[in-house]
Design a binder for this molecule. Structure first.
Ligand code: OAD
Length: 263
């Protein structure tokens, strides 16, 4: 199903009337780029146990196994491109700079690529989302915390081959938030600040089950704003949404957002 036109129209009006918009995206926004979601059919967490792979304990126990999984995920991403949903969100944020705050739970970097692509000669900054769960294309030192971009594939064939910190020699790890870890307070704080003053929180492609990110829409509701949801199926947020449009993000977002983004 590609969205009820009446609901799309109501959602579009809400967004067009909004002075401030916060956008929260989850794995569903990248589904049509070929990135697996976490909990859906064929989702990453259906095939792997999070506690075996995405925790600090798992990394201490078997860093090679953890790196092997992330190397596989990075390899998947190498073949993925931003889709029309990413580009529609980038156009919106670039059209309303200072009025739109994009926030993503995704670590795939696709919104950044869409932002650069759509911005062309313009500054992409307004369309670069707050990445509340980190980013797969960066490493972080498990010892001193220093950050490094990682353009090369990681060799996870042996523990000895794993990447080490250039400053302190400790093992590098993916710069993503694992279960049991705190989010970067500045990044998640900025997301909540934007949500608290937003007239509309547009929530796209998230099951809204992982907190604190899943509580971002509640901050908008608490501030008197409205929730607009786009998802292929109802979620825990649906009962609180002013409008919930069912359908795939890549099909819906261009028609939902492009008129809002027009000058
Ligand atoms: P989930 O896999 O939990 O949820 C994906 C959501 O996207 C579901 O609600 C689907 O119905 C919806 N969906 C799937 N395909 C879609 C499409 N084409 N268009 C629109 N919606 C679609 O992923 P997240 O909610 O993002 O955290 O998961 C949140 C966090 O859980 C992730 O950031 C990750 C994971 O643990 C960390 O790794 C810290």
């Amino acid at each position: 199903m590609d969205g009820d036109p009446e609901l799309i129209s109501v959602a579009r009006d809400l967004l067009a009337d909004a002075e401030r918009i916060v956008v929260l995206t989850g794995a569903g926004v990248s589904a049509e780029s070929g990135v697996p979601t976490f909990r859906g059919h064929g989702g990453l967490w259906k095939e792997h146990r999070p506690e075996e792979l995405a925790t600090p304990e798992a990394f201490r126990r078997d860093p090679r196994l953890v790196w092997e999984w992330y190397a596989w995920r990075r390899g998947l991403l190498a073949d993925c491109e931003p889709n029309p949903a990413h580009r529609a969100l980038a156009r919106l944020a670039l059209a309303l700079p200072g009025r739109t705050t994009p926030v993503t739970q995704n670590v795939d970097g696709l919104p950044h690529r869409a932002a650069w692509e759509v911005a062309g000669a313009r500054d992409p900054a307004p369309a670069l989302p707050l990445e509340v769960h980190g980013a797969l294309h960066r490493d972080r030192c498990s010892g001193c915390g220093s950050i490094a971009e990682r353009p090369d594939p990681v060799d996870a064939t042996s523990a000895a081959a794993l990447p080490k910190c250039r400053s302190c020699g400790a093992l590098m790890r993916p710069d993503v938030v694992w279960f049991g870890e705190a989010l970067d307070p500045e990044v998640i704080g900025a997301a909540f600040d934007a949500a608290a003053v937003a007239d509309v929180c547009l929530v796209v492609g998230t099951s809204a089950l992982v907190h604190p990110a899943a509580s971002i829409p509640s901050a908008t509701l608490a501030g008197g704003g409205a929730l607009v949801e786009v998802n292929v199926e109802p979620t825990v947020l649906t009962p609180a949404a002013r409008v919930s449009v069912l359908g795939p993000a890549a099909a819906l977002l261009p028609s939902l957002l492009d008129q809002v983004a027009e000058p």
